[in-house]
Design a protein around this ligand. Structure first.
Ligand code: GLA
Length: 401
């Protein structure tokens, strides 16, 4: 048995990476000055699997991001280099791939594919990518790659889509090219995040309200190290179960197009006509929409106790009704409960692994992170990564990187 203190020492607590020198990396490789764009990952405070049901979500952009450097080429090629994968891919701008290859380059090429489909002429270019959003951890590394790429390519072709249009375009890259049936949340917050704020998004009309996160509150993100993928089967199965439930309710009330339109009373009345699993999924979505709006109200009025209570309820619902948690994530949430400074903890993102979000009093954040990491390592036998983050601004061009 490893002692608790040695495990605590091992737990990687990452506050922020030093941005790499993307500019010199690009110049060394491509001999051209790049324009550089940054797009953040995100953490969702509450509102899970509600985006594709046209409901509410409340994410914040975080201080982990993808950087994309772009410069034009004259040989008609699209050359994409990923510093994270240490690999370069070459495409022909005049003969773009039409289908995915299940490779990291699907994400940037999905964006190019959608832009071309919108009627833009795509010239040759060199693109360098680097990111510090942990991959496959439910912190939207994919969306950050898509948004950084979209900004970079749009700047090259002289397009300038407004934020919501850019977010939709990136979502389509993922739905239509990568083949992941994600909603709009990740791309939207990567584009529109605001420093020190969470964003309550109405996924029906993309209207939003910003809720300030008080200075005394830290976002402590705990990575279970269990990989999650939106392109994986579980996410898609859940989405299908939600759509099943919607169809049953729509037979009785045709105005229910998405679960956003349904109430718990509808479910009480007609839930018995659904497969039991669909009924449970619907209960999660309908109640989660109510909790998410209530959580935004609580955050706006600074009622952290109520916000924490709603997060705990949301985790229970996500774990028990939506069955999207796993032993590791439930353990990470349980182990946080009696640590000093905790406001609320839950599994964040698409589910089945990934990270928990812990809202923690800032003064306790470092001790909380060390203790949680040590406890998790001792219980599960995996050393987690813990990120003490803050809410960051949305995507944009960088003057220097
Ligand atoms: C993933 C998807 C989002 C959303 C969440 C679950 O992050 O990309 O669209 O559905 O899962 O809330």
């Amino acid at each position: 048995m490893v002692s608790k203190s040695s495990l605590e020492a091992e737990v990687a607590i990452r506050n922020m990476h030093n941005p790499p020198v993307l500019r010199s990396l690009h110049i060394d490789r491509f001999h051209a000055e790049p324009a550089i764009f940054r797009a953040p990952g995100r953490v969702n405070l509450i509102g899970e699997h509600t985006d594709y049901a046209e409901g509410f979500v409340m994410p914040a952009a975080i201080n982990f991001a993808t950087l994309a450097g772009i410069s034009p080429r004259t040989d008609g090629k699209i050359v994409i280099y990923s510093e994270n994968f240490g690999e370069e891919m070459v495409f022909d701008a005049a003969a773009l791939p039409r289908i995915r290859t299940r490779h990291w380059s699907d994400y940037p090429m999905g964006v190019v594919h959608v832009l071309a489909g919108e009627g833009h002429a795509i010239p040759g270019f060199s693109l360098s990518l680097w990111g510090d959003v942990p991959l496959g951890s439910g912190l939207s590394s994919s969306a950050s790659v898509e948004v950084a790429t979209a900004l970079a390519v749009e700047s090259l072709i002289g397009a300038n889509d407004p934020g919501p249009v850019l977010a939709r375009l990136c979502q389509r890259a993922e739905n239509e090219f990568v083949g992941a049936s994600c909603g709009i949340m990740d791309q939207f917050i990567s584009v529109n995040g605001k420093e020190d704020h969470a964003l309550l998004l109405d996924c029906r009309d993309l209207s939003f309200r910003l809720a300030p996160i008080p200075d005394h509150v830290a976002l402590v993100i705990a990575n279970t190290m269990v990989k999650h993928s939106v392109a994986g089967g579980d996410y898609t199965t859940r989405r299908a179960e939600v759509e099943d439930a919607t169809r049953v309710l729509a037979r009785h009330r045709p105005e229910i197009r998405f679960l956003r339109d349904a109430t718990l009373a509808d479910l009480d009345q007609w839930g018995h006509e659904m497969a039991p699993k669909s009924r449970m999924r619907a209960r999660h979505i309908i109640s989660e929409n109510l909790r998410t709006v209530a959580a935004a109200d609580a955050l706006m009025r600074g009622d952290m106790a109520e916000l924490g209570r709603l997060m705990a309820e949301a985790h229970r619902s996500y774990s028990q009704d939506f069955e999207a948690s796993c032993v590791e994530a439930d353990t990470m949430v349980d182990l946080a409960q009696d640590l000093p400074g905790l406001i609320g903890a839950r599994l964040t993102g698409g589910g089945f692994g990934g990270c928990t979000i812990n809202l923690v009093e800032q003064k306790d954040a470092d001790a909380f992170a060390a203790a949680l990491g040590g406890r998790y390592a001792a219980q599960i036998g995996i050393v987690p990564e813990i990120y003490v983050c803050h809410a960051a601004g949305g995507a944009g061009r960088l003057d220097q990187a």
